[in-house]
Design a protein around this ligand. Structure first.
Ligand code: PLP
Ligand code: COI
Length: 341
């Protein structure tokens, strides 16, 4: 398909309706075969499980145009696995993993005119999701579900792209101990909206959430995991049962060890350690790696030595290697890249 007339280099992180989306329905204990459709509207009962009790889970991944001109997606098998984990936690049926990957491929292929060209800085964000669709009034899981995949071309998640951002320590918690922080459920994001709106009003780009039990350990932000670089060049990333197992973070841990020869620690990270860190970044599909220049804790500023002008040197190497793998400039580990066309 011919490329759409879009100003690729000036895209923000927003929704643009594309031509096709994938839909499959679950009824009487089975998924139907699924179709691509032009219809971007969802019609469900006023009493649908998703509307009453927020029974919905989702994923996020991207398609890239490589240096050679292929369209590829990054590790969709891991999104398939995570969607399954999320669905099971909310008593929803699993969508078969191989069918998940096929649905991604079909949706991207059907919208290939919307995949941003190589070198524009933009990518195609893909949003698979599933929700309870039949009427539910007593608190219980739905019996019928819809799985959908749409996509939209996007630019950077934070305005300014790779420019360091300022975050604040949130007084609100993102997840409860033994709650749903480790799955990708809409409910985790609904409850973060007040915190992000007030953060923006106060001039901050994002929230740093601490562990809800002790409020001494760093968890993650509303939409990304954390990475830190210590002054001796070790990559440190928080380990917690209540954060999302980020595919970007897991990939960066591998890249740091195997491509860059860095020492990596995945462990509890105490907020008290922030003052000793050399670099900090948010990592995720949407965020890629967004450098953090300043962390504000109730008026007390912690300024990272990497500053507010550019990414720190280790963050830069991680960013260049990860995006190099995604865009086909650097050889990928086996199985990381799914070529679509
Ligand atoms: N943490 C949260 C809360 C997220 O919403 C996301 C985005 O998906 C991530 C972390 C990063 O995960 P991934 O790298 O798999 O996109
Ligand atoms: C993603 O990175 O895919 C996410 O879902 C984060 C979201 C805040 C846009």
């Amino acid at each position: 398909m011919e490329k759409k007339d879009i100003d690729w280099s000036n895209l923000g992180f927003g929704y643009i309706k594309t031509d096709k989306r994938y839909v499959s329905n679950f009824k009487d204990g089975a998924w139907d075969e699924g179709v691509l459709t032009d219809d971007d509207k969802v019609v469900i009962s006023e009493c649908a499980g998703v509307l009453q009790y927020a029974q919905t889970v989702f994923e996020g991944l991207k398609a890239y145009t490589t240096e050679k001109g292929n369209i590829v997606v990054f590790r969709p098998d891991l999104n398939a696995e995570r969607l399954e984990q999320s669905a099971l936690r909310l008593e929803m049926p699993a969508f078969p993993r191989d069918r998940f990957v096929d649905a991604i491929v079909e949706t991207v292929k059907a919208n290939d005119g919307f995949v941003p060209p190589y070198g524009t800085g933009a990518t195609l964000y893909i949003r698979p999701y599933m929700f309870g669709s039949n009427p539910v009034i007593g608190v219980k899981p739905a019996d019928e579900y819809q799985f959908r995949v749409f996509c939209t071309p996007v630019g950077p998640y934070f305005k300014g792209g790779a420019k360091p951002i300022t975050i604040r320590v949130s007084d609100f918690d993102r997840a409860a101990p033994h709650g749903t922080g480790n799955i990708k459920a809409g409910l985790n994001y609904a409850m973060s909206l007040h915190a992000i709106v007030t953060a923006h009003k106060e001039g901050f780009d994002e929230n740093m959430y601490l562990d809800p039990q002790t409020r001494t350990k760093v968890e993650e932000t509303g939409g990304a995991n954390f990475i830190f670089v210590t002054k001796d060049g070790t990559l440190v990333t928080p380990k917690s049962d209540s954060i999302l197992p980020s595919i970007t973070r897991r990939s960066l841990v591998y890249v740091a060890k195997e491509y860059l020869g860095l020492k990596v620690e995945e462990r509890e990270v105490f907020f008290d350690e922030m003052k000793d860190m050399a670099e900090c970044g948010l990592c995720g599909t949407a965020a890629v790696i967004s450098p953090v220049g300043k962390i504000v804790d109730h008026g007390k500023e912690i300024c990272l030595p990497s500053g507010m002008a550019d990414m720190g040197p280790v963050t830069r190497k991680l960013y260049d290697t990860l995006t190099g793998i995604q865009m086909g400039r650097i050889e990928a580990p086996e199985g990381w890249i799914k070529v679509i066309e």
